[in-house]
Design a protein around this ligand. Structure first.
Ligand code: HEC
Length: 416
């Protein structure tokens, strides 16, 4: 009996920051995740329910009549928005806001709740009543900051509402799905994969767009300066908001998109959801161990001045997806160790596209050169490799000569 109790207590104890965690129970994809200041996780799912998790035990909050898209913690409990056009407060499930289209996004500031909807409006709900803001197009994202309310629309406008005026801060041209607003910067992610950071006047601070689209989730942890970006291809990219460098980049789902992201209060765990019915808690620190760079540290953050041009080309354009050491890596592409002279699609354990498997290519200086002269989309149309060309012949030559030695190097360096 005591033993049994001890086991239950052990299972119920909070998970350590270094552990990989899963929350299982939803009957459909995970569309939204929120974490309370105490570390409680709430989830919004396609299965019409909101999950409120005690460690890995779910409490189901039922009442929405369609898929739940978004969830946040309010002062009185969890608040959610759904495809049934309502915003509800839990545990009772009472309707806080009634829209005429699906509710995509929620934000809270002071006593005001903003809900964005595909009906083209934002409702600002507070004790004193409801104020309806017109956004013209469907609203995908809302956020408060610097005395204003911001919204991202399906027509690609980043709107700023303040003092009774609505101003488009940016016209991105493609739908803006995600927004993070701080006092210094605004980060947004869009349908075309656009991932940009601007200041409050709309001027660009950084453009960290990769060849992945759409951007579907963003989360920010101020104390650890981490911005996490989730996309349609299942990757989570971590940016250091002090210099906007990519600090980590990893594939978080075996298939399908990353729809939901949220940090734990200490910033050590990133919770992620997508097509799977399962919520994953990734230990941020351990993600480094899963994706070793060539010298064991995050080498693509090394000072570019200390590198040859070839190494710099690799660090900037390839290292995010390719390891150089033998053995499995968690990077998106296969390791390039020993690639010269190797038939395409033959690294054991890596799952290649059928296209590359059937390509009949042997990798040599000439074929890798052609790959990036023409771009993978032309050289091997249909491969999983993203579109990318290296236009400078000298850059390609430098990359290849550096790669030749780096891919045949002994591995002690990488095993440190
Ligand atoms: C965003 C991720 C990404 C980037 C960046 C990237 N690759 Fe790849 N690469 C891949 C993927 C994914 C594959 C597997 C393609 C497939 O299965 O169709 C691949 C395959 C390859 C292959 C074939 C390997 C084999 O085992 O057959 C080579 C060679 C290669 N990449 C070289 C490079 C070089 C050189 C760069 C930098 C200039 C680069 N890649 C940049 C994702 C990437």
């Amino acid at each position: 009996m005591m033993r049994w109790l001890a086991l239950v207590l052990a299972l119920a104890s909070p998970v350590s920051a270094q552990e990989f965690t899963t929350l299982k129970g939803h009957g459909g994809p995970i569309m939204g995740i929120a974490v309370s200041p105490e570390g409680r996780v709430a989830t919004a799912s396609f299965d019409n329910s909101v999950g409120l998790w005690d460690s890995s035990e779910p409490q189901w909050l039922e009442g929405h009549e369609a898929a739940v898209n978004t969830v946040i913690f309010g002062p009185a409990g969890v608040i959610s928005g759904a495809d049934d056009f309502t915003v509800r407060g839990w545990p009772e499930g009472q309707i806080i806001a009634q829209h005429r289209g699906k509710v995509t996004s929620l934000a809270l500031q002071g006593g005001a709740l903003a809900s964005g909807s595909w009906d083209g409006t934002i409702h600002l709900t507070s004790k004193t009543g409801v104020q309806v803001l017109n956004a013209r197009d469907g609203v995908n994202a809302v956020a408060f900051g610097e005395g204003a309310l911001f919204a991202g629309t399906s027509a690609g406008a980043l709107m700023r509402y303040a003092d009774g005026a609505a101003l488009p801060l940016v016209q991105h041209g493609f739908g803006i799905n995600e927004l993070i607003v701080t006092s210094e910067w605004i980060a947004y992610g869009a349908v075309d994969g656009g991932t940009r950071i601007i200041d409050h006047d709309g001027a660009e601070i950084a453009d960290v767009t990769l060849d992945r689209r759409p951007i579907l989730a963003m989360a920010y942890h101020a104390a650890t300066h981490q911005l996490a970006v989730g996309d349609g291809q299942g990757y989570i990219m971590m940016l250091d908001t002090r210099d906007w460098q990519i600090s980590r980049d990893f594939r978080a789902t075996r298939q399908g998109p990353v729809w939901a992201l949220a940090f734990s209060p200490d910033g050590q765990t990133i919770w992620a959801g997508g097509l799977d019915d399962v919520v994953y808690g990734w230990p941020v620190e351990a993600l480094d161990a899963f994706t070793p760079g060539i010298s064991g540290d995050r080498s693509f953050l090394r000072d570019a001045d200390t590198m040859s041009n070839g190494e710099r080309q690799f660090m900037r354009k390839c290292s995010i997806c390719h390891a150089l050491t033998p053995g499995p890596s968690r990077k998106a592409g296969p390791t390039l160790h020993g690639v010269f002279g190797r038939a395409a699609a033959t690294v054991p354990g890596y799952i290649y596209s059928d296209t590359l498997k059937g390509a009949g290519i042997v990798w040599t200086e000439a074929t890798i050169n052609a790959l990036f002269d023409q771009g993978p989309d032309h050289y091997i149309p249909g491969s999983k490799m993203p579109m990318q060309v290296i236009t400078g012949a000298q850059d390609r030559a430098d990359l290849l000569s550096w790669l030749k030695s780096a891919t045949s190097a002994h591995t002690e360096e990488g095993d440190k």
